[in-house]
Design a protein around this ligand. Structure first.
Ligand SMILES: NC(=O)c1ccc[n+]([C@@H]2O[C@H](COP(=O)([O-])OP(=O)(O)OC[C@H]3O[C@@H](n4cnc5c(N)ncnc54)[C@H](O)[C@@H]3O)[C@@H](O)[C@H]2O)c1
Length: 251
């Protein structure tokens, strides 16, 4: 298995794309700590990982709280003996107006910064590691802003790409790789406005968004990329936004 003997912290790992990353890393042999605000969802994720023969644990963590993130890193190290892999996949955030702009920066950019800060310090002690941030296609292209929240989302996601590239340069010689996955459209709790329709949003995906593959992405299609980026199979890849979008950005 690609991640045998490794330890992973997945922030926002109770549901959606983060859960898929947690499952994929556990399936490849990593011991996984899920840090999230949603305990019931985490319990379902832990049960699925355990049923598949993997090892996982949970710590209640608000990823926007610097001290709580530090505690989740410490708990991972205490339980698994160190930290090799960090996945940042917090979702949510739908406040309107100025509050929504600031919420997007807190939820997506500041949380990633806090987690990188503490996790990378532990990876240095291990002599290496892999950070996988989850941004969005909104991190590599401007969004058609329909409201202030959309603007904040794109700004935060561009920030996550900048954070990724900068940390990749800073830690390249320390064997710590930092990459960012930029998903297109995936059916999760983040996207009900698109998929909460009679046809599951498929006509929107095809006719309005014109996703070339003509379908939603499946969360496991992010999980497998995260496991690859976490593993030595990607040993010369760092500082990269990896777009996973069924061809959307190729148009
Ligand atoms: N779903 C998509 O189509 C899509 C597309 C592009 C980018 N993304 C990005 O992927 C990431 C994950 O999104 P998702 O679709 O899996 O969302 P999701 O809502 O399905 O899951 C998000 C997870 O984050 C947790 N979370 C929310 N606030 C938190 C906090 N303060 N602290 C800790 N955990 C918290 C939730 O409890 C949940 O488990 C997000 O950063 C999102 O912007 C998603």
């Amino acid at each position: 298995m690609k991640l045998s003997g490794k330890s992973a912290l997945v922030i926002g790992g109770s549901a959606g794309l983060g859960r898929a990353c947690a499952e994929a890393c556990a399936a490849e042999g990593a011991s996984v700590m899920i840090a999230d605000i949603n305990q019931p969802a985490a319990e379902a994720a832990l049960a699925a990982i355990s049923a598949a023969g993997g090892t996982a644990s949970f710590i209640l963590t608000d990823g926007t709280d610097d001290a709580a993130v530090s505690a989740s890193v410490n708990a991972t190290v205490a339980q698994f003996g160190g930290l090799d892999i960090l996945v940042n996949s917090i979702g949510g955030g739908r406040s309107a107006g100025d509050a929504g702009w600031h919420q997007a920066i807190d939820l997506f950019l500041k949380s990633s910064y806090y987690a990188c800060k503490y996790a990378i310090a532990e990876m240095e002690k291990r002599g290496g590691g892999s950070v996988i941030n989850i941004a969005s296609i909104a991190g590599v292209t401007g969004s058609v802003a329909t409201d202030v929240m959309t603007t904040g989302y794109a700004c935060a996601k561009h920030g996550v790409v900048g954070l990724t590239r900068t940390l990749a340069l800073a830690y390249a010689k320390k064997n710590i790789r930092v990459n960012v996955i930029c998903p297109g459209y995936f059916k999760t709790e983040m996207t009900p406005m698109i998929h909460d329709k009679e046809d599951g949003g498929l006509s929107h995906i095809n006719d309005n968004l014109r996703v070339p593959m003509g379908r939603w992405g499946e969360p496991h299609e992010i999980g497998t990329v995260a496991a690859f980026l976490a593993s030595d199979e990607s040993s010369f890849i760092t500082g990269q936004p990896i777009v996973v979008d069924g061809g959307f950005m190729a148009r």
